[in-house]
Design a binder for this molecule. Structure first.
Ligand SMILES: Cc1ncc(COP(=O)(O)O)c(C=O)c1O
Length: 441
């Protein structure tokens, strides 16, 4: 006898209207890749933004610092709600030494990674108050922003034909004609494009914020990951007396993503009572959780001021630059593609030119199970997802479709973290052949 499942219904709908905005395709693609892996395919994880998982070595001196802190009983306790005071003082001084907008330790709030910080910043905004963000853009921001408003995100374009710099005319017009916009988000250096904002663009954004009484949010988690002769300019250096929030962390820079440790720096909180109230609500929400992870906060001053740290970061940046050059040189002349050089973070976005993709293109998939699976997956998906799934099934190379980054462009994002240079070159040569075959099919 079969069993019957009697469905019950909650007395009223229980889901927040914004829940539909919560999509994180960067991880969704991993689930798909695991299905192919189970069928015997070797997967090349060019989607992963975790340097540790990709084999970035953690220097012994850094491990020694963390091991030493584990001997200190205080590292097992709660810390102050805003974070370990000595660390906040250390970070406030680092900011102030830049000579821009000054802060104190009280203007810093530690969170459990920037993921936590991002959801707090948008969660306490009035549902009708919107933050204009980049497209393409890191989807944790766009999902959290769209989720708080129960509306699709409002975006400004990053222009691929102009080094991915923002479309300033569009940005200004959206602010001017949409009074619900209260803030502008920048991600600098940018995920997923690898673009670093030149000073002129930052100053323009600050002047728009000043003219229309907005605040600026700058996600600066990659601020010290730059190369090819470019440096990122922190928000504090250009913001003057405009209200703003910089988001910083150690996930990518040390790297230590498993620490779940990042922080918010609030600029000019006393300039505008409304902004001051938002900052207080964000701080109060952390108070309800007591505090964020203690030991990683204690590790920040000794690690960042260690004499080996600048050399360590410089070597990692140079390695990212070299991998970026391989991707650029291997793919830049492929007909139908638009590829930019990368200057920061560890991602590159490869675009398909308008009209080159269609819904009949495919790749030869040798594994019959993988062929059946991919054919079922590509029913009614975006054209760039179709490409990404075919590449995965045919070559095992796992990349993320750019339509997953709050964008209607067609393309994909790759990470620049493969430790083995021969494997890195092989992957992109293989990808080049796959793209050529796909576009010709
Ligand atoms: C732009 C950006 N901000 C924030 C995060 C999340 O960082 P965390 O590990 O501190 O949560 C990421 C992670 O990929 C990111 O790319």
């Amino acid at each position: 006898m079969g069993k019957f499942l009697y469905l019950a219904y909650m007395r009223r709908p229980v889901l927040h209207a914004g829940a539909g905005e919560l999509v994180y395709e960067i991880r969704e693609i991993v689930k798909k890749a695991h299905l192919f892996q189970k069928m015997g395919l070797e997967i090349f994880w060019e989607n992963i933004g975790d340097p540790v998982q990709k084999g970035t070595p953690i220097p012994q001196w850094m491990k020694d610092i963390v091991a030493g802190l584990a001997q200190d009983s205080l590292s097992y306790g709660y810390c102050q709600t805003k974070g370990v005071p000595e660390t906040r003082q250390f970070l406030a001084k680092r900011n102030n030494d830049l000579g821009g907008t000054q802060i104190t330790a009280e203007d810093i709030l530690f969170c459990n990674g920037l993921g936590d910080a991002i959801s707090k910043v948008y969660q306490y905004l009035d549902p009708g108050a919107r933050v204009l963000g980049p497209s393409p853009g890191y989807s944790t921001h766009s999902s959290a922003e769209g989720g708080h408003a129960s509306q699709p995100p409002i975006t400004y374009r990053l222009i691929p034909e102009n080094h991915w710099y923002p479309d300033m005319e569009e940005l200004r017009n959206k602010v001017k004609y949409n009074p619900s916009i209260v803030g502008i988000l920048i991600i600098n250096p940018d995920n997923p494009t690898g673009m670093v904002y030149p000073e002129w663009y930052l100053r323009e954004i600050v002047s728009i914020a000043k003219e229309y009484d907005l605040f600026i949010v700058a996600d600066e988690i990659y601020t010290n990951i730059t190369y090819n002769g470019v440096k990122a300019i922190p928000l504090a250096q250009v913001i003057g007396d405009v209200c703003g929030i910089a988001m910083k962390g150690i996930s990518k820079e040390l790297p230590w993503p498993g620490s779940r440790c990042g922080w918010l720096e609030f600029y000019n909180t006393k300039r505008d009572p409304e902004f001051g109230r938002l900052v207080k609500a964000i701080e109060d929400s952390k108070m309800m959780e007591v505090c964020s992870t203690t030991l990683p906060q204690m590790a920040i001053p000794p690690i960042l001021s260690h004499p080996e740290f600048p050399k360590h970061r410089e070597a990692l940046n140079l390695a990212i630059q070299k991998r970026g050059d391989v991707v650029y040189e291997t793919l830049k002349d492929v007909p139908g593609l638009l590829v930019n050089k990368t200057f920061g973070a560890f991602y590159t976005t490869i675009l398909f030119k308008k009209g080159v993709l269609n819904s009949t293109q495919k790749l030869h998939v040798a594994n019959p199970d993988a062929r059946t699976l991919v054919e079922s997956m590509v029913q009614s998906v975006n054209l760039d997802k179709r490409f990404v799934y075919y590449v995965l099934a045919a070559t095992g190379i796992c990349v993320v479709p750019i339509s997953s980054f709050c964008s209607d462009l067609m393309g994909f994002r790759v990470t620049l973290l493969e430790e083995n240079p021969e494997k890195n070159l092989w992957v992109y040569q293989k990808l080049r052949s796959a793209i050529t075959e796909y576009l010709a099919s």
